[in-house]
Write a protein that binds this ligand. Sequence first.
Ligand SMILES: Nc1ncnc2c1ncn2[C@@H]1O[C@H](COP(=O)(O)OP(=O)(O)OP(=O)(O)O)[C@@H](O)[C@H]1O
Ligand SMILES: [Mg+2]
Length: 335
Amino acid sequence: MNRPLWRQPEFWTTVAAVVVLSAGHYAAPTHDPFWHDLFRRLYYLPIILAGFRYGLGGGLATSALVSLLFLPHVLMTRAMLPRQASEAVFEIPLYLVVGVVTGILSDRQRKANESLRRAERLKTLGEMAAGMAHEVKNPLAAIRSSAQILAGHVTGKDAEFAGIVVSEVDRLNQVVNEFLDYARPAPLRREPVRLSAVLDSCLKLLAPVIREKGVKVRTVYPEAEAAVSADPAQLRQMFLNLILNAVQATEGQCGIEVSVAQAGRETRARVKDNGPGIPADKLKTVLEPFYTTKPGGTGLGLPIAQRIVAEHGGRLLLESRPGEGTSATVILPGG
Ligand SMILES: Nc1ncnc2c1ncn2[C@@H]1O[C@H](COP(=O)(O)OP(=O)(O)OP(=O)(O)O)[C@@H](O)[C@H]1O
Ligand SMILES: [Mg+2]
């Protein structure tokens, strides 16, 4: 699908079919309705082919081209075969309808196939995760405890190196855990939750990082906040990722704003920063697993957040203006 049009055989087949059919149609004896009817109907073939191959755009473009080529022919034969010519005019809207319907159906099918492929990819990730939990986490635990024992027996630079081993093992463990969270999500344990309470607990957990970066945090919560039915542990994991991203983006300049708002039957929690922002062409990419621009990042923070919010029947809205900042809004039903 990424090849240019002129290098795709289906494109040339469609063009050739339209040209050959039009040539045949114009060359057919004017007084013989058999050939005219035949060519008129055969025009449906390239229209359907283009609709299937190129979706709505292809179906519409080919049916419009066929209509344009067909119209002069109708006008030319009007004098000789007035009845057939007036009948033939009705073929034009039919060409357009067939092109549009085939295109829409094929676009829809393509989208369904894409989400199926995504679901299969996730299933494979889940299976890989099961193997990884066993193959990676157990040796990591052994390395960590050995390094800790060694650290107790050595001093100076050697103790420092043993400490590095322990902290790097912890980092690896965190990567594996994040991967497991993404690939094999735990079932939801719903209970009434106030989003501001979850956000406050995340800010408390992240207080050392926030202080270290010198980032100012402003919270804006409604006076009377209704509870939503959600899994507090999973929400915490989601907001930790979003707040951490905001803190990492602000790098000590300005600050971040964490807010909750009730909007009709929905509750919205927003984490807003005034960091460098995300370029418009990357707004979708950042939600793909493993996309990261950070040296130690796994690129799983946003995909995990998106999965958690989707499991709660909500949606994650990511808005950003490069140079001005980013806001991540979690929209949950209820409240
Ligand atoms: N608030 C933000 N401001 C600017 N860029 C952001 C923001 N949040 C996310 N991004 C961009 O999206 C990328 C993916 O984010 P994500 O949270 O999925 O992974 P990560 O932060 O790189 O790694 P991890 O969260 O696993 O430590 C980031 O590397 C960064 O480029
Ligand atoms: Mg992150």
